[in-house]
Design a protein around this ligand. Structure first.
Ligand code: GTP
Ligand code: MG
Length: 195
């Protein structure tokens, strides 16, 4: 599937801009700066496909990418970025909730969690939303290259414990590094299996 290539399709700022739900879809959600765009670039093997940056809140639209002829990959705006003006934050939160609640072809949401920090209270909103919408979500730890194995195991325990309280959570956690390539093959296989 990934060998068939990925292309940017469109950035969406309102529900009526969503492309038709005619392909299997997976989305990437997570705090600002957690590494969503970088992970999409690593998965697709295209460095500049989803923009990645040092400035939190860089991705401000729901960005759709086509993957082969059968899938959409969706890069969601990051949440928990305190410096954005409140009306902007509220607009994105509303759009995010609408999208996550009403997308029939959405097969799985990957919720990205910084491997150094684990699940934080800002993540809980979206996890509850996914529970309510019965969208299966899978936790993906990012920036694995930045932690020691002992730290990693502690965070994995924390994430496992939290996931157990969410009915929509898929139990398997994927550990990734967009920088070093850890977990990329595994994640590609998971996505390809979500037909
Ligand atoms: P928003 O679009 O603002 O929500 O951010 P994002 O979640 O898309 O994060 P982005 O991919 O832009 O990455 C944020 C920063 O983290 C960038 O400086 C990346 O280079 C860095 N980063 C992302 N993934 C990794 C990783 O696996 N390892 C390391 N060391 N840094 C990473
Ligand atoms: Mg981004």
């Amino acid at each position: 599937l990934f060998a068939r290539g990925a292309e940017f399709l469109k950035g969406v700022v309102a529900m009526d801009g969503l492309p038709p739900g005619d392909r299997a879809e997976v989305c990437f959600a997570g705090r600002s700066n957690v590494g969503k765009s970088s992970l999409i670039n690593a998965l697709t093997g295209r460095k500049g496909l989803a923009r990645a940056s040092n400035t939190p809140g860089r991705t401000q639209e729901i960005n759709f990418f086509t993957l082969g002829e059968s899938h959409y990959i969706v890069d969601l705006p990051g949440y928990g970025y305190a410096n954005a003006p409140l009306p902007v934050v509220e607009k994105w939160q509303r759009l995010l909730k609408q999208y996550l609640s009403g997308r029939a072809n959405l097969r799985r949401a990957f919720v990205l969690i910084d491997a150094r920090h684990g699940i934080k209270s800002v993540d809980e909103d979206i996890l509850s939303r996914l529970d309510q919408s019965a969208v299966t979500f899978q936790a993906v730890l990012t920036k694995a290259d930045k932690i020691k194995p002992s730290e990693r195991d502690k965070v994995l325990d924390q994430v496992r414990t939290k996931l157990a309280t969410h009915p929509a959570a898929y139990p398997e956690i994927v550990l990734t590094s967009a920088e070093k390539g850890d977990g990329i093959t595994e994640l590609r296989t998971i996505i390809a299996g979500l037909g």
